[in-house]
Design a protein around this ligand. Structure first.
Ligand SMILES: O=C(O)CCC(=O)C(=O)O
Length: 289
């Protein structure tokens, strides 16, 4: 996506993330992009309702969003987001999750959590992942705006003041991210937050992309979730974010080869191509490299 970055002060935004745990990009999506996002999502809505309290029984999610429409490919490699991630994550960082979240009226607040809590490493520590949450509908305190605890990215394992905090204390620290449609915020994976309760009479639609260190296991398995012919048509940068790259010297290799080879038309995995058994003779002929 060809957005001007000249007037975007990435260092100032990064400083906000360091200080409070998150920063807002108010003009993340213009009206045309927002419409493309809505159009891209429309065919998929209504298919997946949450199966547990965390997903939200009254919440709809569309997973593997990055591969659902071109606009999501573009937004996943949005230059301002990447400029921020470049300041926190090591080169070769990965997309770890990509989904829309529609919190319907009557939904309860999620449990408080952190997005990089999957990596069970002691805190305080640098975040292992960073989350972008983009508002497709305006976020309000009533309709389920994400609620965050500013500064919680600096906490140790036991909450504010180094001791477990009561639910009442935690609730008092929560701030709703009231942002307009088209805005997003970028948040350290260590920030304590939750999807808010929707006490309004309209759904709250958003999407989130999360990115992790290049050595981290990703939440979504994009190799299996995105057919190779779809991944082949994506930009080299996006292919890298999906894991079609090497974290030096050789993490991510495929039978000692660069994973981008697996996107070439006619690719047959060496395990099959080099097999001495009958499997090989059943395979189509592969042109030599
Ligand atoms: O929808 C939101 O505002 C946040 C959701 C969230 O934190 C999550 O599902 O992990």
């Amino acid at each position: 996506m060809d957005k001007p970055t000249a007037q975007f002060d990435a260092d100032a935004h990064a400083a906000e993330i360091r200080e409070q745990g998150f920063t807002v990009i108010r003009d993340f999506m213009d009206a045309a992009t927002l419409q493309a996002v809505r159009d891209g999502l429309a065919p998929y809505m209504g298919a997946h309702h949450g199966r547990n309290a965390f997903e939200g029984f009254n919440t709809e999610r569309v997973y593997t969003l990055v591969a659902r429409a071109k606009v999501f490919e573009d937004l996943t490699e949005e230059p301002r987001v990447l400029a921020l991630l470049d300041r926190f994550l090591q080169p070769g960082y990965l997309l770890t999750a990509s989904q829309s979240i529609r919190i319907n009226p009557g939904e309860a607040a999620q449990d408080l959590h952190t997005d990089d809590g999957f990596y069970r490493q002691p805190r305080p520590r640098p975040a292992i992942s960073y989350t972008v949450i983009a508002a497709i509908d305006p976020f309000t305190a009533e309709n389920g705006a994400t609620e965050v605890i500013p500064g919680s990215h600096l906490w140790g394992d036991h909450g504010a003041g180094g001791r477990p905090n009561s639910p009442e204390e935690m609730a008092a620290m929560l701030v709703p991210m009231e942002i307009p449609a088209g805005a997003c915020f970028v948040m350290a994976g260590t920030v304590v937050h939750r999807g808010g309760a929707n006490r309004s009479d309209k759904p709250r639609l958003a999407f989130t992309n999360q990115y992790c260190e290049p050595w981290g296991r990703t939440q979504e398995n994009f190799f299996l979730g995105i057919p190779p012919e779809r991944a082949r048509a994506m930009s080299p940068r996006l292919q890298g974010l999906l894991g079609y790259d090497i974290w030096p010297p050789f993490m991510g290799m495929v039978s000692s080869l660069h994973p981008k080879k697996a996107l070439q038309p006619g690719w047959v995995p060496p395990v099959v191509a080099q097999s001495p058994g009958p499997t090989r003779s059943r395979l189509p002929q592969v042109p030599p490299e």
